[in-house]
Write a protein that binds this ligand. Structure first.
Ligand SMILES: [Zn+2]
Length: 171
């Protein structure tokens, strides 16, 4: 239950029961529809910048947005937001990047939105504090539910469960 360590023990016990009865995968597929069709870095960039212009219009522009198959979900790095500062023409320029674990190519849109909202919120709030989560839930009211459900899916996969959303053959 490493993906659910931060949740109350009673809730974890319920999930353990679902896993033991082999019902977690079923429960998740009933709750969510098909996967989304944001499959390329270009499509992801457009999706992220649309959300950014809706909620964080005044934040600095993003230099790069990409799926990253090296992000390791076990270390809890589902996405990253980095600012690389470098000197350009005598001025300090910040280059902002958002990377999203490739896992998110094959999940419901709600979960992709959740991780994107998370990384966008880091453009304003560095720490995972109250202000940070307030911004997340402002951008996505069901943020916490979607994060929990994504963690259920990771738990399902970790327990040897089959992928519930698979890539299309055109990939
Ligand atoms: Zn974070």
């Amino acid at each position: 239950m490493k993906y659910l360590a931060a949740y109350p023990a009673a809730l974890r016990a319920q999930v353990e029961t679902l896993v033991a009865e082999g019902r977690l995968g079923d429960w998740l597929s009933k709750r969510y529809g098909a996967t989304h069709d944001i499959r390329t870095d270009r499509a992801l960039y457009d999706y992220v910048t649309d959300l950014k212009s809706e909620f964080l219009r005044n934040a600095e522009p993003l230099s790069k947005v990409a799926f990253d198959n090296k992000l390791h979900v076990i270390r809890n790095a589902l996405g990253t937001h980095t600012t690389v500062s470098r000197v350009q023409g005598g001025k300090l320029k910040a280059k902002r990047e958002i990377r999203v674990a490739s896992l998110f190519k094959e999940v419901p849109l709600e979960w992709l939105r959740m991780i994107v909202v998370h990384e966008l919120a880091h453009m304003k709030e560095r720490e995972h504090d109250k202000a940070f989560y307030k911004l997340c839930t402002h951008m996505e009211p069901d943020y916490h539910q979607h994060e929990f459900d994504l963690r259920l899916y990771l738990t399902h996969l970790d327990g040897g469960g089959a992928r519930l959303w698979t890539p299309t053959l055109t990939d």
